[in-house]
Design a binder for this molecule. Structure first.
Ligand SMILES: *Cc1c(COP(=O)(O)O)cnc(C)c1O
Length: 391
């Protein structure tokens, strides 16, 4: 999770270049003033190339990317969009903002969408499926794509936590009809705030591109004020400062992932003999971005105890098992209780499998800049916690 670890002189220089050459911060137009600087457009081209996709659309955030990706589907009240119960709250928020009802599947030991539960939750009203590649690692995309294809339902990947990760040789986000990415401050690449949607489908790209800019069709050669329009849109435009940062950050992605993977595998090696733990199941171990090391303990109680031992020893953990408020649907009564199915006293009981898996897991964030000393310290603390609480 290193975007913020690496912000420095290169980002500063890229931003200065905008000011040295006209200072236009708006993404479109101003041709005379901008001296051929189009940072956002260039970031989109490079991002699409890196993903192996035909089109990329930059937007203001990962949440915006999800909302924009849903625009071409023209959802109506009563439509359902399926995602998973373990994701950042942004995924169901975007579904609701687009006017559909979120349907949330269980996750399995990949911590991503459980394909069996997906199959059960499809109805005649299902308009899209959004698997989420949580914590840097791909969902079981072969099964998910097969189920979606059989029913003719489009798949939008939420790859906000997994840029550059792969699944059986394909980049996550480039497998379904569309893929969404986030560049917020804790993501692998950061532009402060920002997001991206990728697709290979020209019509889908056009619609989402227009939607992200008030419906502007960006016809070249005519002034923006006289641009043509067919659909209602909104404003999700990225600005040039974000584009400049994004280009620099993107240029580091291969080395970021290589360092994360190396750091993660060292800690994993060090702790793998702890009796009673199992590592998170990976749908494609080779494609893991190395963002987070997750292991399961035998029970909720042990997970809580091991986690607090780590925290007491100044070892950082994330999301699991304690801070699931923003990542597990069992805690989203504030937004889900308007639907009768979710308006129950024990909301977490709607996902018993995920509830158990998530609460018995520990997650260690992996950084690019981890010294060997730090890696040893983390490994020792995990082993100590295990010796104390695992029997
Ligand atoms: C971060 C994140 C988002 C939203 O991205 P923002 O840029 O913070 O709006 C969406 N989905 C997942 C899985 C995320 O981790």
């Amino acid at each position: 999770m290193p975007g913020f670890e690496l912000i420095g002189d290169e980002e500063r220089a890229a931003i200065n270049e905008i000011f040295d050459r006209g200072g236009v911060l708006f993404r479109y137009g101003f041709e005379a003033q901008r001296k051929n600087v189009f940072k956002v457009a260039e970031f989109e081209r490079e991002f699409a190339r890196k993903l192996g996709c035909n089109h990329a659309q930059a937007v203001t955030s990962g949440t915006a990317a999800l909302r924009v990706a849903l625009a071409p589907l023209e959802l109506k009240p009563g439509d359902e969009v399926i995602t998973q119960c373990f994701t950042f709250v942004a995924t169901p928020e975007a579904i609701m903002e687009a006017g559909a009802r979120p349907v949330l599947t269980e996750v399995d030991e990949t911590l991503n969408m459980d394909p069996e539960d997906l199959e059960r939750k499809i109805t005649p009203r299902t308009r899209a499926i959004i698997p989420v590649h949580m914590l840097g690692a791909a969902a079981r995309m072969d099964e998910i794509m097969a189920i979606a294809k059989k029913r003719g339902i489009p798949v939008i990947e939420d790859s906000c936590q997994a840029p550059g990760s792969t699944y059986r040789g394909k980049k996550t986000g480039a497998i379904g009809l569309m893929g969404c990415f986030s560049f917020d401050p804790v993501k692998t690449l950061t532009t402060g705030e920002g997001g991206m949607v990728v697709t290979n489908d020209r019509d889908v790209y056009n619609k989402l591109c227009w939607f992200a800019d008030h419906g502007h069709m960006h016809v070249s050669g005519i002034p923006r004020g006289e641009d043509t329009k067919e659909i209602r849109g909104f404003d999700f435009r990225m600005n040039e400062i974000q584009g400049a940062m994004g280009l620099v950050q993107l240029s580091r992605i291969d080395s970021i992932l290589a360092r994360q993977r190396a750091n993660k595998s060292k800690i994993r090696e060090n702790i793998k003999r702890l009796p009673g733990i199992r590592f998170r199941m990976l749908a494609d171990p080779e494609g893991d971005g190395g963002d987070t090391l997750v292991f399961f303990t035998p029970s909720r109680e042990i997970a809580v105890n091991m986690n607090s031992h780590l925290v007491k020893n100044a070892i950082e953990t994330k999301i699991l098992p304690s801070a699931l408020g923003w990542h597990f649907a069992g805690n989203w009564g504030h937004m889900l209780r308007r639907y009768r199915y979710y308006n129950v006293r024990n909301l977490a009981s709607r996902w018993p499998k995920a509830d158990n898996i998530l609460h018995s897991a520990i997650a260690i964030p992996i950084y690019v800049k981890m010294s060997d000393e730090q890696i040893q310290r983390i490994s020792r603390a995990i082993i100590e916690a295990g010796q104390q609480y695992l029997r």
